[in-house]
Design a protein around this ligand. Structure first.
Ligand SMILES: Nc1ncnc2c1ncn2[C@@H]1O[C@H](COP(=O)(O)OP(=O)(O)OP(=O)(O)O)[C@@H](O)[C@H]1O
Ligand SMILES: [Mg+2]
Length: 272
């Protein structure tokens, strides 16, 4: 069985050091789907770009409290979390550009990889699932997100250099597991911006499945214009256009994700 922290939410980090592969889009839309499917869900925006915060209509200014303040004072975390204005069961721990300070300020600290774990330990019992969005790097913010997590979802685009980046990411995950967080497992690999007509997409997908087997989600996310439009409206695609291919695929992913959780709890095939 997968080890979990025992009390409260399962924490899932979405990570890939490659930029623009669909980490934020997948965090926002998978979390929304899981919330709509009845689970108490929190999005943690651990990327100073703040795209997950603005993507759910919760952009914060430098004057308001956000994740950076939780790093400084974990006891205040509950007060920083906001409910989604439009989706029941969904909350957000927002961020803004100030979070970038964490990368420098933690450098000289002892146990600098455990700060987010301390933040999320404060509030994990309030939720069923917590999804953490990461920046496109393997710096301290991502290290903290991997150390705090029970599992990691790797969104990836099926393109030529994707596999190269993937082996570096898998090495980092193993390192975090061995050094800081024995609970950590790969939850799943998610193929994003999938184009069925493209031969390279097919070849990369085949290669990924060869290496990762049943860790690759059956659900793939197609390239869909609605997915690129919805962030500017501060909405998930499921609210923005529920009948779009993007919305349907993220709802399917939510169902597949929850089915895997059930299988895991009953000792099913999804475990490593
Ligand atoms: N399936 C899709 N179809 C079309 N556009 C998409 C899809 N997924 C994401 N996008 C768009 O591609 C861009 C990159 O996506 P996203 O921001 O989710 O990637 P990211 O990995 O979080 O990027 P970063 O590394 O900068 O944080 C965004 O403009 C997003 O709206
Ligand atoms: Mg992002």
């Amino acid at each position: 069985m997968t080890q979990t922290r025992g009390k409260g939410a399962k924490i899932i980090t979405l990570a890939n050091q490659k930029g623009g592969v669909g980490k934020t889009t997948s965090t926002v839309n998978l979390a929304t789907a899981v919330a709509m499917l009845g689970k108490k869900t929190l999005i943690v925006d651990s990327d100073p770009q703040g795209n997950a915060s603005s993507g759910v209509g919760m952009a914060v200014s430098q004057k308001s409290k956000h994740l950076y303040h939780c790093y400084i004072d974990p006891d205040k975390t509950r007060g920083v979390i906001k409910p989604s204005a439009s989706v029941g069961n969904l909350w957000i721990l927002p961020t803004c550009i100030d979070l970038i300070g964490v990368e420098v300020e933690l450098m000289g600290e002892k146990k600098r990889e455990t700060f987010l774990d301390r933040v999320l330990s404060q509030i994990a019992e309030d939720y069923d699932y917590i999804f953490v969005d990461c920046p496109p790097s393997l710096g301290l913010l991502t290290l903290n997100a991997l150390t705090a997590a029970d599992s990691v979802i790797i969104p990836m685009q099926c393109e030529y250099f994707a596999l190269e980046g993937l082996s570096q990411l898998v090495r980092t995950i193993k390192l975090v597991k061995n050094s800081y967080n024995p609970r950590l497992v790969i939850e799943g690999l998610l193929l994003t911006m999938y184009d069925r007509r493209n031969k390279l997409t097919y070849q990369v997908a085949k290669e990924v499945k060869k290496h990762f087997g049943n860790k690759v989600y059956h659900t793939v996310i197609p390239r869909n214009v609605r997915l690129s439009e919805c962030p500017s409206h501060g909405k998930s695609v499921i609210e923005y256009d529920s009948s779009s291919a993007g919305a349907l695929s993220y709802m399917n992913l939510g169902k597949e994700f929850l089915k895997n959780q059930e299988a895991e709890q009953t000792g099913g095939v999804h475990d490593e």
